[in-house]
Design a binder for this molecule. Structure first.
Ligand code: MN
Length: 248
């Protein structure tokens, strides 16, 4: 029997009441999971939680909405960076209109991008709400590593620029319900698409999303592309494999 290979490039494992159970579940289902964190100070506990897992990987993050409050953790970020290939959640969030807050976010994000560029082989999952243009600019066209724009909701013109710069896009179950989904699919090449849940921030009914809910995205893509779910899953899993093995 064909087993559908699922993977989740953006999942907040540490925000669930029983993270170990979710690690066990992902291992049993052979679902690859990038366990993002929002501050460097929680990276080590997530690292411990995933230490024996074959499928769940901890990511080092500094969430833009916590950037002002946690800017003193930037040296810790730098210290921990050699211990992981995965970086997230990082990025910019310009829902705030506070100029100082935005400036601090940009300073931190630029430093993170520079540190990752210098290491050369990192995989970043990046938040860009209302700051899509600034995020794509900060990463630039020659970044040494791989970048996934997570839950992209910005202008299509900026998405085109991101495609041109070689960036990936991860799609979650909340995105498939939006009108923008079809617009994005029309301009992003299939080989640049990946899966995510952003659980627990994405909900399925009244419960937080978990990695296997990426099947909802597969189902929606199968309808859009007139392909079987197995074919879609295979296509996206190939993208994921490629992302992991691509040289910087
Ligand atoms: Mn997130």
């Amino acid at each position: 029997m064909f087993v559908m290979r699922l993977f989740d490039t953006h999942f907040h494992l540490d925000l669930y009441p029983d993270p170990s159970a979710l690690v066990t579940e992902a291992d049993q289902a052979q679902t690859y999971v990038v366990a993002v964190t929002n501050t460097p100070s929680v990276f080590e506990s997530t690292q411990q939680l995933t230490a024996t897992s074959q499928f769940v990987r901890p990511a080092l993050g500094l969430h833009p909405e916590l950037a002002v409050e946690r800017q003193l953790e930037l040296p810790l970020f730098e210290h921990l960076l050699p211990y992981t290939r995965y970086v997230g959640e990082v990025g910019l969030d310009f829902v705030t209109t506070d100029a100082r807050d935005r400036a601090i976010q940009q300073e931190i994000f630029r430093k993170i991008v520079a540190l990752c560029h210098a290491s050369g082989n990192k995989i970043l999952t990046v938040h860009s709400r209302r700051a899509e243009k600034e995020v794509v600019q900060a990463i630039g066209p020659t970044f040494a590593g791989q970048v996934i724009l997570h839950w992209y909701s910005g202008p299509l013109s900026v998405a085109r620029q991101a495609v041109e710069n070689g960036l990936y896009f991860s799609l979650n179950p909340a995105m498939v319900r939006s009108k923008r989904f079809a617009d994005l699919l029309a301009i992003i090449p299939r080989e640049r698409l990946l899966l995510e849940t952003d659980g627990p921030f994405v909900q399925i009914g009244s419960r937080p999303a978990i990695p296997k809910d990426t099947a909802i995205v597969i189902r929606a893509l199968a309808v859009s592309w007139h392909m079987s779910e197995e074919q879609v899953a295979q296509t996206l899993f190939t993208n994921f494999r490629q992302l992991l093995t691509l040289p910087a």
